[in-house]
Design a protein around this ligand. Structure first.
Ligand SMILES: [Cu+2]
Length: 113
């Protein structure tokens, strides 16, 4: 009887942990077009998305593309783009406010389309 009890407890524990594993969220990686010029743009852009839920962010000056890895349960692509735009950089979806753009370092004032 005791054996049965221990066995069922062990089984319950095993089922529980396997469920927990399945529920662990997988981070998604996406690319976003972000305007910018130089290394300090890179710093600003990457800093703008240094928020909860973001695992990795890398902006490439040649391709003007941000590659970002994040947890979709914590933040959305849309929210990330708003944060970038708020920091002065136009994204594929949002335009930075003119005042913020004008306050960027001169070398960072990328050409606006
Ligand atoms: Cu710059």
């Amino acid at each position: 009887m005791l054996k049965m009890l221990i066995l069922s407890l062990l089984l319950a524990f095993a089922v529980n942990t396997s469920q927990a594993k399945q529920e662990k969220e997988v981070a998604i990686t996406e690319t976003i077009s972000v305007n910018g010029n130089c290394e300090s743009c890179k710093k600003n852009i990457e800093r703008a998305v240094k928020v909860k839920g973001v695992k990795k962010a890398n902006w490439d000056a040649d391709t003007k593309t941000l590659t970002v890895t994040y947890l979709a349960s914590k933040i959305s692509n849309d929210q990330l783009q708003r944060k970038i735009a708020d920091s002065g950089y136009d994204t594929e979806k949002y335009k930075a406010p003119d005042e913020v753009y004008k306050n960027l370092h001169a070398c960072c004032q990328y050409e606006r389309k």
